[in-house]
Design a protein around this ligand. Sequence first.
Ligand SMILES: O=P(O)(O)OC[C@H]1O[C@H](OP(=O)(O)OP(=O)(O)O)[C@H](O)[C@@H]1O
Ligand SMILES: O=c1cc[nH]c(=O)[nH]1
Ligand SMILES: [Mg+2]
Length: 211
Amino acid sequence: MYPENVTVINHPLVQHKISMLRDIHTGTNEFRRLTEEIAMLMGYEALRDLPLEDVEITTPLETCMTPMIAGKKLAVVPILRAGLGMVSGILALTPSAKVGHIGLFRDPETHEPHEYYCKLPDPIDLRTIVVTDPMLATGGSAVAAVDFIKQHGGKTIKFMSIIAAPEGLERLSKAHSDIQIYCGHVDRQLNENAYICPGLGDAGDRIFGTK
Ligand SMILES: O=P(O)(O)OC[C@H]1O[C@H](OP(=O)(O)OP(=O)(O)O)[C@H](O)[C@@H]1O
Ligand SMILES: O=c1cc[nH]c(=O)[nH]1
Ligand SMILES: [Mg+2]
């Protein structure tokens, strides 16, 4: 039903929390908490292919070889602002991950993304990079962020969004068929202002309490 590089994480806990996130009555505090929890649950799934290596551990009874995550080369890269809300959820799983930032805002008229900040951890080419943004609408911001990471040398990229529009999902998966895309729910469509319907409104504003 979706392109090969797309995974919809339809776990009941994720679906339940997304429904709470959508609710117009969900205030900033709860919205932040839910965004963090959903990111953690999605991260559990999105990171299931992290490489393991056997290391020697001494238990109270004996010494054994037992698996641990190989290397420590993970980077979480939120798309500012809204992607920031997902970072703590991923870091709860991988506390040693480095964090980069890509600042993009969408022009309200043209819906084209504009970059205003970029800082990525070195060596970016050796890291698994998890890009976070709760909303994948037209896909313009996601495509621009992944373009940018690739220009800086990034190779292994996973994109995580909580809600995706079919239009954005198609655009991102076509533009970057070599990355893995994870989303919590695929909504019906974009409206004339390129907002996702039914969606949840403006994720950045709801996370940070701005309007
Ligand atoms: O798929 P697109 O059509 O590009 O739209 C999605 C982008 O729009 C929102 O950011 P916004 O521009 O509102 O910035 P903000 O996070 O600072 O609020 C959202 O967080 C995505 O980054
Ligand atoms: O529905 C949308 C679309 C873009 N950005 C948002 O925050 N929400
Ligand atoms: Mg916004």
